[in-house]
Ligand binder design. Structure first.
Ligand code: FA5
Length: 339
């Protein structure tokens, strides 16, 4: 039995097989247990002889099983290590890092510029009340100027904001002028039922801002906007102010920037004129101040709204606004700013 047992143990190839052998040889129903159990039927003097012999066999088998078990475990471990080996000399995989969208980069630069001039940054609502988008901005119902911004309505009184001016009305209404002037900018996405083309999108980004206080003049408007535009575009571009009309400002202006790449010749973004309009602005209309509970006899100032997409197009010479919204990584990767 011992010989055969030892041979089987040595021949076992894995732990399960070894365990089966152990149960077979040493288990409750195994031959050794049977011998030990049968001892009570033996003569008294035979018992110690048989007992010690059976124990010796059991010990020899147990020892062999333990030895084989350790050997098989070691073998398994070696195999596993060989299988899971990591080759540290292989080149690593470069993870693809995301980056801020070019529109977001322009917003951040503008926010920094205006924060530097003492403006605060606020974020309003894309879904807005008609009251703040139009009514409080001197555009009562049926005002023809509403047609300037073709609107996506959700209900009669709720709409997708068409510009960032509602934030100006909201901030004006909240501001405590005894604590100083109101200086704020508000960037965000706006929606209009414009037909998409190279320079127009039905959704685009604007940043609006206002400075309302006791002695704010048109000169402040010009100085502030020129400074902000120069921060983005550098000293090379020409900037021009043209008279314009907005219901919420009087007088109103529009600002154009000269096109860098084309200088008036064959440039689609600039409609071949050499200029592109990037913002509207003006001195806040007394009716807007009154609607927000601010006394126009005491306080006044300027407001402006600029097109972020147009800024990005002009800064980087992009000739089609739709590129910003197609999410083509080959396009976006050109504006990767890492680190
Ligand atoms: C306005 O939205 C006014 N709220 C701006 C304003 C604010 C004037 C405060 C006075 C005082 P306008 O519709 O012109 O104005 O839009 C402002 C800028 O947004 C434009 O100069 C242009 O740069 C950009 N813009 C307008 N429509 C589109 C469009 N469909 N796609 C991309 N950019 C546009």
């Amino acid at each position: 039995l011992q010989k055969k047992g030892l041979k089987d143990i040595q021949a076992s190839r894995d732990l399960k097989q070894l365990n089966d052998i152990r149960v077979h040889l040493l288990g409750k129903k195994g031959p050794i247990t049977e011998v030990l159990r049968g001892m009570r039927d033996l003569a008294k003097e035979e018992r110690p002889v048989v007992g010690s012999f059976a124990n010796k066999v059991r010990d020899a088998l147990t020892e062999a099983i333990e030895g084989q078990k350790a050997a098989l475990e070691q073998e398994k471990l070696t195999q596993q290590l060989a299988h899971e080996k990591i080759d540290v000399t292989l080149p690593g995989q470069q993870p693809k890092l995301g980056t801020h969208h070019v529109i977001m980069q322009i917003i951040e630069q503008l926010e920094d510029t205006f924060l530097g001039m003492g403006f605060k940054v606020v974020y309003g609502y894309e879904v807005e009340e008609e009251k703040y988008n139009f009514e409080m901005l001197n555009m009562p119902k049926d005002h023809p100027a509403r047609d300037m911004q073709d609107t996506f309505y959700i209900t009669k009184d709720i709409l997708m904001r068409t510009h960032m001016s509602p934030d100006e009305a909201r901030e004006l209404e909240k501001h405590d002028f005894s604590k100083g002037p109101l200086k704020m900018v508000s960037p965000g996405r706006v929606y209009r039922r414009d037909t998409d083309d190279a320079t127009h999108s039905h959704q685009f980004f604007q940043m609006e801002g206002q400075y309302i206080g006791e002695h704010v003049t048109m000169a402040d408007l010009k100085g502030t906007l020129e400074f902000a535009i120069r921060q983005i575009f550098g000293e090379d571009r020409q900037i021009r102010f043209r008279p314009s009309y907005f219901p919420f400002t009087e007088p109103s202006v529009e600002v154009d920037i000269s096109c860098f790449k084309c200088n008036g010749k064959g440039c689609a973004v600039c409609k071949h004129t050499g200029w592109i309009e990037v913002l509207g602005a003006g001195m806040t209309h007394p009716n807007v101040l009154k609607a927000a509970g601010v006394d126009p006899e005491v306080y006044g100032g300027f407001a402006f709204g600029l097109g972020i997409d147009r800024f990005a197009m002009l800064k980087y010479g992009i000739d089609d606004i739709r590129n910003f919204y197609l999410n083509d990584v080959r396009f976006l990767d050109q504006f990767t700013k890492r680190g």
